[in-house]
Unconditional design. Sequence first.
Length: 348
Amino acid sequence: MALMDFIKKQFIDIIQWTEEGDGTLAWRFPMRDMEIQNGGSLTVRESQMAIFVNEGKIADVFGPGTYKLTTQTLPVLTYLKNWDKLFESPFKSDVYFFSTRQQIDQKWGTPQPITIRDKDFGAVRIRAFGNYAFRVTDPKLFHTEISGTREEYTVSELDGQLRGLVLQNISNAIAASGIPFLDLASNQIEFAKALRTQLDPEMAKLGLKLENMTVQSVSLPEELQKILDQKIGMGMVGNDMGKFMQYQTAQAIPKFAEGGGGGGGIAGDAMGLGAGVALGQVLAQNLQAGLQGNNQGAAQAAAAQAAATLKPDDILSTLEKLGELKAKGILSEDEFAAKKAELLKKLV
């Protein structure tokens, strides 16, 4: 009886993989010096693929289904072994299974700030993080490039490589998108799309497909974050500078009143209020001239002269007020579009 049990163990009738747990990408069927019985059964479940490897050469690839192992179902292996079409003897071959389901919620992030280049701001140091999902789509390529002949290959072993791939391509993604960095930083969906576009071909080289990519947070230097906030606020002001300056002046009055504790505070607040009122007068005059049909070139020149006399701090203050005005819903996004680019240039 023991001899019969021993003999039976030398031949494999059923080849299958019951995937247990999460995180296994590739698994080698345990042969233990046994041979596969001719006419045996191969079962490949949904979300799996299998390959036969003969003497180091990848032969046949199987998708989900149940197969009877014959020369008809193993054409490449038959060719490599020079089998007769009616072979009946058992044969040796390594069999590898691959999980093709999505590997979700894989984390990526920048442990340290990374430097990217932007056409508007030059070198910018940022931190970002998010997650992504991928799957094995080309088991032959994945076996050749990544998993090899190991008994098991897991997601955790690939994690560092994929994280590095994401970080390596952030700068390239921003450059290739052609979208200004501030627009990407304020729109995480667009940022993720640009990053995925850059990563897709890199993942394909490993036999993988990037199914999803998210950017959950982008951290900017404080100075650049202020500009981003102001840029977002600028879009809500539009061309109605009269409304904005009325709002800015109204905001400056209580601030001026709070400076009663010391002469320096009063003087500084008064200067800020005076600058706001002066700018409001100039812009209001330009707006009135435009409504009355005066020369448009003269109005633009006057506005440019007024903006040129402003200090950077005054422009920053103006932009901050624009953001508050937009947040309150007083101004639309189409307003102040003409001045938006000009003021941002003065900041950088």
